[in-house]
Design a protein around this ligand. Sequence first.
Ligand code: TRP
Length: 361
Amino acid sequence: MTEPAHAAHQASSYASSVARSQALGADLALHPERYRILTGDRPTGRLHIGHYFGTLENRVVLQNKGVPLFVLIADYQALTDRDATSTLPADVLEILADYLACGIDPGKATIFCHSHVAALNQLMLPFLSLVTVSEISRNPTVKDEIRSSGRDYVTGMMFTYPVHQAADILSMHGTVVPVGKDQLPHLELTRTIARRFNERYSPDAPYFIEPTGLLGNAPLLLGVDGEKMSKSRRNAIQIASTPDETAKLLKGAKTDPDRNITYDPKHRKEVANLVLLASLCLDSTPEAVAEEIGDGGASALKALVTDAVNTYFQPIRERRSQLIADPAQLVAILREGNERACEVADATLRDVQQLMFTKYY
Ligand code: TRP
């Protein structure tokens, strides 16, 4: 395939992903019970307010509308770019505390992790047989991650994790996957695997439903330095940050010398980002927040946004500190989620074995 044709193909596949996402969003509101959300995060540290406004908040909204929700703490996927596993036990409980504090309800949602759901991992093998090495090699998100990993080698785990992600989704029969743009290649691969499995092993009645990516419409929050908010850049306000830590981070936030505060993401991205953050916490619009500050300058803006963030997250942080103080309770919640996920994945694996003629008794 020539490069331009390849680019055109990618553009049209993005357009169809957007169209599918929009149609799905409309139907989700009408028939929440017909769907199952499968989503996940790598446990690589505490979640930040970018995660909150980008996806956690919407997961809770959908959960409360009655869409069944499965949330994966992707502990094996965390091994794509790091060797150390000794921090995983703490990291898994931290992310679980973030989820629960933000309103993911273990009475409604199933929260689970890779390492304790054996049948999910076993699906990786038949799924690997359904994709080619060149298909795996083409994945642009994996290519980016390899480039930014700083390593001069690529592990098999890094190379194949999108196939593992297909097992995450299909083992649970997830039909809706809330995603950012970077995850779309993985979702396309999952759809391919589902389709090929059906063609090869279940031609009369498709067994797997091809999942649909639900593209978020939340505006993208930047870190306090105006760059991508990221756990590793130390530019992120964590959900768990204290009011003082929040104030300190925001005090050091990058701005510009123009005292007249406006919302102009194109030309004043740092100032616009603070205005946006305040508006999200105040349930207002960026324009209204900018108007309110007027020519009060960056210090007035920082004072306002600090207060807005600390007020908004106060009850979430309070719940979180109670949760993290009781690790035994967190472990019990994880165990229950894992048990439920095992029931679902075991049933899927049994079906798969049956359809592939590898179920001998
Ligand atoms: N790849 C996702 C990320 O890095 C995490 C993830 C793992 C995931 N398995 C998933 C997301 C399944 C959606 C569905 O954020």
